[in-house]
Design a protein around this ligand. Structure first.
Ligand SMILES: [Zn+2]
Length: 57
């Protein structure tokens, strides 16, 4: 994505946002892991998405 995305006319920097999302997964999902129950992935993804928005903002 970082090599082929053309950001010249983009309204937002999706590459930076996706990078932030993946970096915060080092916390949400790797350091802090939910119990192995239904909805565990939703919790990790939601918190990673929220944190990425804070970083991006
Ligand atoms: Zn994710």
């Amino acid at each position: 994505m970082g090599f082929i995305t053309d950001l010249r006319n983009a309204e937002s920097d999706k590459v930076s946002f996706v990078t932030a999302h993946e970096i915060v997964h080092q916390w949400w999902g790797h350091q802090i892991t939910p119990a192995d129950v239904q909805g565990a992935q939703v919790l990790s993804e939601s918190l990673a998405e929220y944190s990425a928005h804070l970083v991006y903002r």
